[in-house]
Each structure stands twice: as C-alpha cells, then as structure tokens.
Design a protein around this ligand. Structure first.
Ligand code: MN
Length: 403
C-alpha cells in the first residue's frame, strides 16, 4: 500500500493519505456535497467515485451503507490519491480547502453524552460532594450518560450565543439572565452509521459494524444554569443551547494505529460490558482559549470506552439510527494541565486560569474563542489530525436579561 499521495501534503498536515476524513462542503454558489480532506484540498467525491449519493448535503446515505462499503470507498480513494496514473482524472475534482465552506457533516439523529473520565468525575465529585465518595456508587459499574439535544449540534465555526436561564446564588432567590459561568467540555464524539432494531442489543464486539467514525466535540455548558436545574434529573437547558462538532469525520479505519488497551477496570464490569484487546483510542487533545493552550487532555486513559458505551446505550433494547452521535464526556487526565473544562481548570471559579496575554479566566467571556484540536498515530508512522473545532462566544441575545 502506498504511503504518500501525489497531492502535495505539507509537513505536519492533519490530513495525509492515511487519514482521509469525510465532510460536507460547498464552494461559492454551489450545492453542498460530500468530500474528503487531503492535505490542503478537499476531494469532491461524487464525480470521482461516480456515485451520486455523495452529491448529497450530508454523509447519512454513506453512513447507512455499512462497513463493507466504507472499506471499499476508502480503498478506492487511497488508490486514486496515491497512484499518479489517476491524477489526470482526479485532479479536476480537488478544491483548495480555503475555497470550501465546511458544513455540518451529517444529520444528527439522537445525541447522547457520557461521563467516562474517572479524573473528571472525581474532580467534579470533590467540588460538589466534598464530604462523600467523589464517585457515585454506580460510576464503575456502568457508563453514565444522558440524552442531549440533537437539533442544536452545530459545526465548527458556528458562533455560540451566551445562553440565558435561571441562576441562583446561595441564600438568594433564583434570577433570570445570561449565564455567568459559561464553560466548555473537550470531548470526543462517535458517529453511528448503521442502525439497529428496537428491542435488540448491540454487543461490544459489533462496535465497528455500527460506528463509522470520530469527531471532536465541545459540549458547551452553562454551569450556573446546569447546577440549579440539574437535581435530580441531570443536564437540561444548561447544555442544550449548543454542542459543536468538528467538520471532518475521521473513519475508524484511519484510527487502527491509535488503538491501545484501556485502563484496567476494577470491579470487573458485567458481561455485556466486557471487552478484550485494544479498544481505547490514543488521541492527544489540545484546548486553546484565544490562541493560548490551556489544556492537553489525553483520551487513551478514559475509564469507559466507546464500544462499552455503545453496548450500554442499547442494552435495554433502545435502537440506533444512522446519524446518532454519542460523546465520551469531558476528557480530563490526572494532571492539572490535562483537564478538559474550565470548571476543573479554575476549580469552580476559585483558581483562575492565567493566559499568556496577561488576562485570566474562571469562565468564558464574550468574544472568547475556543479551539479544540487532536492528533492520533496513523498508519505508516505518520500522525493524523482532526482539523480544528472552533467556537466564539457572542453576548447574550438582547432582551434576555429582562424577561
Ligand atoms: Mn459533556
């Protein structure tokens, strides 16, 4: 198998031949259609593959086609982009990435968010239940999750309006107004291609038959709204206003070199959650605030893995649909500079994060821009990347504060 493309790929690019992530793009005046990223270009898939299903404004048709088709298309694209004899036919369908607008890559069906980092869960437990065991009794027995709001999942670059809602200071009645504790959560999202029938379960070992690929995800969180509303049912309006995902879906096939053994689990989970071999992904995340890196969360150490989460979310017979998105939960490592949200980085606002520009933050200010990136080991010893997941905070909508 070739290791280089005849398309120029700059040194350190997120998108060498070994990646080939899928997205949806348009150029000036054109319809949205599916493409893959290679170096500084997007390859227009429909004409190259002679398949009009890629002329669609979402990847859903391809996602539903299943693993055999995913592998076949990847083989074809690898051949087209590595064998110079194809260049004359393929080159007319390469678009400079700077001329392409990237869109939400798939229609999100259901959205679920998990809570799989032991370090994150322990930090949150220490902050809010200082007198109790930081982990709840269920935490090491099942991957905890909640259902989120699919309709507000947006693509990287979409601005996020500061949400309004109920906030409550200690010893005071609740008030309505803009969130004063707007936060991020750096996460990894898994994109379901092939659905399942209601009443059936998906086994951990069938993960790759159902899940197509991986995106970066920012689970924007209004902590003041979240913590007032969240007892006893959990996140609602504090998170449903926006969830951002990266525009490129990295296929699982591109991440085979990133597979590593997950951390040992004690106690041993129930049978339907037991896995063997390398099922965790060695992704190195980076979170930047206004251009200053504030955290480098490691994904490989997450306690619960994506196959376990998939098995758990279907173990009651709940169906999967093409376009379902489930997220890992905040990715936090054991070190302070590996925490994936400002809640932890600023220890609930008590220990500000100092940026290299001389400013500091406990939570996000208006006009702040957050960029999440990630890399992973790819085939042939190269590193592959996810591109960037970018979002800027806009001031709360006018009129919100007085409602
Ligand atoms: Mn989250």
């Amino acid at each position: 198998m070739a290791t280089r493309s005849w398309v120029p790929v700059p040194e350190g690019s997120d998108f060498p031949l070994q990646n080939l992530p899928y997205g949806v793009f348009s150029t000036s005046g054109s319809e949205r259609r599916c493409g893959v990223a290679i170096g500084e270009h997007v390859l227009d898939l429909a004409p190259v593959l002679g398949d009009q299903s890629f002329a669609a404004p979402s990847l859903n048709g391809f996602l539903a086609a299943g693993r055999a088709r995913w592998e076949q298309v990847r083989r074809s694209l690898t051949s087209f982009l590595s064998d110079p004899s194809h260049a004359i036919d393929v080159e007319p369908h390469l678009i400079a990435r700077q001329d392409a607008t990237l869109h939400l890559p798939f229609e999100v069906a259901d959205y679920v968010d998990f809570y799989a980092s032991e370090h994150h869960a322990i930090n949150v437990g220490r902050m809010f239940r200082p007198d109790a065991d930081p982990l709840t009794p269920n935490w090491k027995h099942l991957p905890i999750g909640y259902h989120g709001r699919a309709g507000t999942v947006v693509v990287s670059g979409t601005e996020v309006v500061r949400p309004c809602g109920q906030r409550k200071a200690p010893d005071a009645p609740p008030t309505y107004g803009p969130s004063q504790r707007l936060d991020i959560e750096a996460e990894v999202g898994f994109v379901v291609g092939v659905g399942s029938a209601q009443g059936t379960r998906v086994a951990v070992e069938d993960f790759r038959e159902h899940v197509f690929g991986v995106v970066l995800l920012n689970d924007w969180s209004a902590r003041d709204i979240q913590f007032w509303e969240g007892q006893p049912l959990g996140p609602f309006l504090g998170k449903s206003f926006a969830t951002s995902i990266s525009p490129w879906v990295v296929p699982l096939q591109a991440l085979e070199s990133a597979l590593v053994a997950p951390p040992p689990q004690d106690p041993e989970p129930l049978g339907y959650l037991q896995t063997a071999g390398p099922t965790a992904l060695d992704l190195a995340l980076e979170v930047a605030l206004n251009g200053h890196v504030i955290s480098r969360p490691p994904f490989a150490g997450m306690y619960w893995t994506a196959p376990q989460q998939l098995a758990h979310l279907t173990v009651n017979g709940a169906s999967l649909r093409t376009g379902d998105l489930y997220a890992s939960g905040t990715v936090s490592g054991p070190e302070r500079d590996q925490r994936g949200c400002l809640l932890e980085l600023s220890w609930n606002g008590t220990d500000p994060v100092h940026l290299a520009d001389g400013t500091s933050r406990t939570y996000l200010s208006d006009e702040d821009t957050v960029v999440i990136r990630a890399t992973a080991p790819g085939a042939d010893g190269v590193r592959i990347g996810f591109g960037e997941l970018r979002g800027t905070v806009l001031p709360a909508a006018p009129g919100g504060a007085g409602a």
